[in-house]
Ligand binder design. Structure first.
Ligand code: FAD
Length: 379
């Protein structure tokens, strides 16, 4: 076993860390307060090859793997989770679906410009009646000549207010349950498609999460993504690796929360000594770092398995459950260590605390992923 990153991976990690410190971290507090997404970031990241890290060179990507993407998302997540969520939904949801399932024309029209940061993607599965159960959707796509006509609504569709296209699921055969769902790429300016103002959420404020309504939206047949009625299995395959990246994203928040607490504990003097000199605080920080290391190695190992074409579904689910729950726990502990100063809105600690919880919900809740792990264990 070789636990060392390659020279290229170490260089990527350092470069993304510097990029995130320069281009993202300075915006974190301001955009959390104003709820405005820095859309120019997509082109900046594209110029450095970051959007395309794990995609084929034929479409402008870097031919890298999940470990490369995980290293990048850890750095981005540490700088601003709310900004990172927009990049995640574009790269790991919308573009990954097209890269995995799309035909050549779809890749040329959406993936290549997406990797250049010229088109921004969103992904819509969730509806009012369909969250964890992705087969319970009621958005319909009816064939009409050379097009499908979409009617229905997607909830919590991140990036939809800033997107150029939305990859979404719709029922194409209502008699077949989950076997009657297909995926579509819908242009954001298609007549009949409307996007609500962003939904107010506890955290992830810069990310633009909204409702998308389809009223007789005509989608050309060539925008059906993958074979008709294969939407559910295709989604499950396309997004299995996404859990590894969600774990890395959470790891970034955990690391930032830990570092804020460590620095505060060293600087804060009470009873004539730094609070870090109280063993109870030092032990808590020691436990926090231990949890981060455990989350990191679960994540890297799952990425390594996926990159070496080995079974990784159980490990990716375990990494996502562990890392996202670790991040939530650490964010709470970090806030507590900083006392009142962690609770004020000027302090990043409260933002880590608000941002982290949605990572335990999206991309499979912790409960759903424990079901996946149990199934893999033959239970
Ligand atoms: C900020 C934000 C951004 C989002 N962005 C997107 C996006 O871009 N695209 C998109 O499609 N969706 C998005 N979502 C939605 C997200 O994917 C869903 O919230 C998630 O899939 C869970 O669905 P739900 O909230 O309806 O919860 P439900 O499925 O209703 O679950 C509620 C609770 O019941 C539990 N539960 C449900 N079924 C079971 C079971 N079988 N066994 C045990 N426990 C169970 C769940 O774990 C959870 O604790 C976003 C949500 C948020 C908050």
């Amino acid at each position: 076993m070789d636990f060392a990153l390659t020279a290229e991976q170490s260089a990527l990690q350092s470069a993304v860390r510097a990029f995130a410190a320069r281009e993202i971290a300075p915006l974190a507090a301001e955009r959390d307060a104003t709820n405005v997404y820095p859309v120019e970031l997509f082109k900046k990241m594209a110029a450095l090859g970051y959007l395309g890290l794990k995609f084929p060179a034929a479409y402008g990507g870097g031919d890298g793997g999940n470990l490369d993407a995980a290293l990048m998302f850890e750095e981005l997540g540490a700088a601003s989770a709310g900004i990172t969520l927009g990049v995640y939904c574009h790269v790991i949801l919308a573009l990954t679906a097209i890269a995995r399932i799309g035909d050549e024309a779809q890749k040329q029209r959406y993936l290549a410009p997406g990797l250049r940061g010229e088109k921004i993607g969103a992904f819509g599965s969730t509806e009012a009646g369909a969250g964890s159960d992705i087969t319970a959707i009621s958005t319909r796509a009816a064939r009409d000549g050379d097009a499908y006509v979409l009617n229905g609504a997607k909830l919590f569709c991140t990036n939809s207010p800033i997107a150029d296209f939305i990859v979404c699921s719709a029922v194409t055969d209502a008699t077949r349950g989950g076997g009657g769902i297909s995926l579509f790429i819908v242009d954001r300016d298609a007549p009949g498609l409307t996007v609500s103002p962003p939904i107010k959420t506890l955290g992830m404020h810069p990310a633009q999460t909204a409702e998308v309504v389809f009223e007789n939206v005509r989608v050309p047949m060539e925008n059906c993504l993958g074979p008709e009625n294969r939407g559910v299995p295709n989604m499950l395959t396309a997004f299995a690796e996404g859990r590894i990246i969600a774990a890395a994203f959470a790891l970034g928040i955990a690391r930032a929360a830990f570092e804020s607490a460590r620095q505060y504990a060293l600087a804060r003097v009470q009873f004539g000594q730094s609070i870090a000199q109280n063993q109870v605080i030092a032990h808590r920080l020691a436990d926090m770092d231990t949890r981060i290391q455990a989350a990191r190695w679960l994540t890297y190992h799952a990425a390594w398995l996926a990159d070496h074409a080995r079974p990784f579904v159980k490990e990716a689910s375990q990494a996502k459950v562990f890392a996202t729950e670790a991040a939530a726990k650490l964010a709470t502990q970090a806030l507590h260590i900083q006392g009142a100063y962690g609770y004020v809105m000027e302090a990043p600690a409260q933002r880590y605390y608000r941002d982290t919880h949605v990572l335990e919900i999206g991309e499979g809740t912790s409960e759903i992923l424990r079901n996946v792990i149990a199934k893999q264990l033959g239970l």
